[in-house]
Write a protein that binds this ligand. Structure first.
Ligand SMILES: Cc1cc2nc3c(=O)[nH]c(=O)nc-3n(C[C@H](O)[C@H](O)[C@H](O)COP(=O)(O)OP(=O)(O)OC[C@H]3O[C@@H](n4cnc5c(N)ncnc54)[C@H](O)[C@@H]3O)c2cc1C
Length: 500
């Protein structure tokens, strides 16, 4: 995360007072470093979700814990990720249209800042120090496997957890870096509504922000090299999101490749070759880059402790989240292909057990849902149908369109839910849900997949009518129908014939 701007002189912009409170909580100016203990049970590097959960859980168990953060507690999720992006989306979903675009933009950003400051209480330096964690402010690097340099302080430790997260990756495009593009680290600092915004990358972050900004009256052009938005998701789900983006006024340049970027003062021009190979130039006030993330490992001096990275730059870990140095663990974005807050949280719970006690907790069997919070949302557990087909895995698909459900009809919901099971069985391999509240609706399927509850058994639960959750029952009924073989059907008919 980029260095936060210095809070003085007092700034005047929508929500400035909330920002001042937020910084006081997670990055207090003049924070006095604690006197380090002679030796810690655990040093945790990075105070994002993975580091915070690790530190507070370990301290709660009575361990002596040092937490080192070079920037603000809360990491990406609180400061420049989930919290500000979802606050913005939520505002644009329900805000009334009686104000002009500039007023709506200011109100949305003020709300974002208010929500972030309120949630910052939970990640505050005060909360962590009161819980018994020694919080150090500074950049950490290894001296050796027992010693971590944290700014000017040396910390001696039995075990270390690396939870340093990731940062936005800028593609190598002529003129891009020099054009001072926005990333997730700076876009929530905007003080004024840009009239035109170009977004590079139509993954979850690009799509969410494209929809939010378009709904705030910004002319948005989204440029993506893949032929569809959300290219990792089920194509039918990404088609729904694509239509919603177009409805919001977003211009899509899919299958396009950007050849050069040039900023002249307040104007940035983006040269691209579109899907037909035609050269085009797009003008904007701002360019936002959302083209993927890279783990934060450069500053850690990992070579000194034998911690290896994989080809993507991620820390290599085993199923116990041990790095290639068994005294050092890693958790969250820095060691995972799945870069999500709840994954970081799940990792933290594993490393606390393994780093403090016997290494018995593993990542095996974890079901990590993902959700893109556009309107409609797209949620997924496990592989998509395309991924299963590509892997040659035999599967059955039980799809329910929300338009088949009474609640879906009432709400004119065009979404769908599809549960994928191992062929001929009700063992859940994956599920895709696209539509309103898909992120909430995937929860029972994630629980079932984690606990090994089959689709057939899920159908035994009685669910409230009329809800979209009834897709579970409908999908289970469809599974049960496949068990009604012609032989069984004949048997039933004969039995009923006797009883007539
Ligand atoms: C725009 C956006 C929206 C997102 N939305 C969602 C969402 O809706 N749901 C979801 O689940 N996930 C979402 N994510 C992903 C989520 O934010 C991350 O997966 C999560 O923050 C990872 O937590 P972490 O602890 O691994 O790393 P981080 O949160 O990145 O924390 C790492 C911390 O380590 C610190 N650090 C790095 N190097 C050093 C060092 N050498 N010394 C000291 N400190 C160091 C960093 O300053 C940082 O504070 C979103 C991300 C973005 C960018």
């Amino acid at each position: 995360m980029a260095e936060m701007p210095n809070p003085s002189p007092p700034a005047r912009y929508p929500g400035a007072e909330h920002d001042a409170r937020w910084r006081r909580l997670v990055l207090p100016a003049g924070y006095p470093q604690p006197e380090p203990r002679e030796r810690y049970h655990l040093v945790v590097i990075g105070a994002g979700t993975a580091g915070l959960v690790t530190a507070i859980a370990a301290a709660g168990l009575g361990a002596h814990v040092a937490l080192v953060e070079r920037n603000a507690l809360g990491g990406d999720c609180l400061n420049v990720g989930c919290v500000p992006s979802k606050s913005l989306l939520e505002f644009t979903r329900f805000a009334e249209d009686e104000h002009d675009d500039d007023e709506r933009f200011d109100a949305a950003f003020e709300r974002l800042r208010a929500v972030r400051a309120a949630i910052a209480e939970h990640d505050s330096v005060e909360r962590y120090t009161q819980a018994g964690v020694d919080v150090f402010h500074g950049s950490a690097k290894f001296v050796d496997q027992w010693t971590v340099q944290a700014g000017s302080v040396r910390l001696v430790t039995r075990r270390t957890v690396i939870a340093t997260g990731s940062h936005p990756r800028l593609p190598s495009i002529q003129g891009l870096a020099e054009s001072r593009p926005l990333t997730n680290e700076t876009v929530f600092d905007l003080k004024r509504r840009p009239k035109r915004l170009a977004i590079l990358g139509a993954g979850p972050i690009g799509c969410e922000l494209a929809q939010a900004f378009a709904r705030l009256g910004v002319e948005v052009v989204m440029i993506e090299s893949e032929p569809r938005v959300l290219s990792s998701e089920d194509p039918r789900a990404s088609a729904l999101v694509e239509r919603a983006l177009l409805d919001a006024g977003v211009v899509l340049e899919l299958g396009a490749s950007v050849t050069a970027v040039d900023r002249r003062g307040a104007h940035v021009s983006i040269a691209l070759s579109d899907a037909d190979g035609t050269a085009k130039e797009i003008g904007a006030d701002e360019l936002l880059v959302a083209t993927g993330r890279r783990p934060n490992t450069d500053e850690l001096n990992l070579a000194a402790v034998g911690v290896e990275l994989d080809a993507q730059g991620r820390i290599v870990v085993d199923r116990y989240l041990r790095t290639t140095n068994p005294k050092i663990y890693a958790a969250g974005d820095v060691c995972s292909a799945v870069q999500l807050t709840h994954n970081a949280d799940a990792h933290a719970r594993i490393v606390v057990q393994n780093a403090l006690f016997a290494p018995t907790a593993t990542t095996e069997g974890l079901v990590i849902p993902r959700c893109t919070y556009t309107d409609p949302e797209v949620a997924q557990i496990g592989p998509t149908a395309d991924e299963l087909a590509r892997a040659g895995t035999a599967f059955d698909a039980y799809r329910v369109d929300f338009a088949e459900l009474d609640r879906g009809r009432m709400q004119r919901d065009e979404g769908f839910a599809e549960i994928l099971t191992a062929a001929g069985s009700d063992r859940i391999l994956g599920a895709t849900i696209a539509g309103r509240d898909a992120g909430e609706l995937i929860a029972p399927v994630a629980i079932a997949a984690t606990l090994g509850i089959g689709l057939g058994d899920l159908g035994k639960a009685v669910l409230p009518y009329p809800t979209r959750s009834e897709f579970l029952r409908k999908a289970a009924d469809r599974y049960r129908l496949t068990k009604l073989t012609p032989g069984r059907k004949r048997l039933l008919e004969t039995w009923l014939g006797w009883r007539a």
